[in-house]
Design a protein around this ligand. Structure first.
Ligand code: 6PG
Length: 266
């Protein structure tokens, strides 16, 4: 494992392969959960979507982690959701439920699913924003003090459902919305399709204590290079909008995803 970047509040670890990445990430999750529960009796974590998290979930169902992790004191949230039924194979909640929640002793009352039953996805976004604040017992314009947000990275440098050129991204790029804005959740449409999604905003994500990007695979190498070593252009590379204000922004990459970061590979 190479520690490449250790800027003030950014950290990067590159792993020989995805197996090493997820073994490390699982132990990291375990230690974070234990520490947080010891300090404040709760650990609040936002799970990312797509396929990458599946390997982390499977690793966390090992007997060692069933015993060591204080599952009952963990509050699980989601960084984004496809606007499909919770039973759909495309649902991020469905993936987490099938590969993690069904195998470890979580408290079902501490799983905060993004609702997808509203006719209007904007109502779902409003409902989830209310859920987030209620889960932290905070008032209407406060920002939840999340402990950890996991994020993936699309091969077009999107993260959560903050897609290039989408309305939420445009607002942040135009500074018409800043990290202290109080909108936590937004409904977006994926350009080029009629797929609706619900996503946490950069405000909700950047106010988390720590943020961890889990990125594996050669198909992410261009996006990693653009986001981390390319020009600052968050409109086209929305992951550049993400930076933990209070803690660390951490990148756990496998070698193939990081291969274009060094020696200026084209
Ligand atoms: C989603 C995710 C999305 C994902 C990236 C990476 O709902 O698809 O939230 O942001 O993290 O697209 O996806 P993979 O892990 O499948 O490569």
């Amino acid at each position: 494992m190479a520690v490449i970047a250790n800027k003030k509040n950014q950290e990067m670890k590159i792993f020989a392969d995805a197996t090493d990445l997820f073994l490390f990430a699982a132990e990291d999750f375990c230690q974070r959960a234990i520490r947080a529960v010891r300090e404040k009796d709760v650990f609040s974590v936002v799970l990312s979507g797509g396929n990458t998290p599946k390997s982390l979930f499977v690793t966390l169902t090992a007997n060692e982690y069933k015993k060591r992790i204080p599952w009952q004191q963990i509050k699980f949230f989601f960084g984004d959701e496809r606007y499909v039924p919770a039973s759909s194979e495309a649902s991020n909640y469905h993936l987490a439920n099938e590969y993690l929640f069904a195998h470890v002793p979580v408290n079902p009352h501490h799983i905060y699913r993004i609702p997808t039953e509203f006719d209007d996805p904007k109502d779902a976004a409003k409902a989830y924003e209310k859920t987030l604040r209620e889960a932290f017992h905070i008032k209407d314009d406060a920002i939840p003090p999340l402990d950890l947000v996991y994020l993936g990275l699309g091969d077009n440098a999107h993260t959560a459902s903050l897609m290039p050129l989408n309305e939420v991204v445009r607002q942040y790029v135009a500074h018409s919305t800043a990290d202290n804005d109080h909108q936590l959740v937004a409904a977006v449409v994926v350009a080029g399709s009629n797929m609706q999604r619900i996503t946490l905003t950069p405000t909700a994500i950047n106010n988390s204590r720590d943020i961890i990007f889990l990125v594996a695979g050669a198909n992410k190498a261009n996006a990693i290079r653009e986001v981390l070593a390319g020009k600052h252009d968050p409109l086209h590379y929305p992951a550049q909008l993400i930076h933990s204000i209070k803690g660390k922004t951490i990148w756990y990459l496998d070698q193939t995803a990081a291969e274009k970061l060094s020696s200026g590979n084209s």
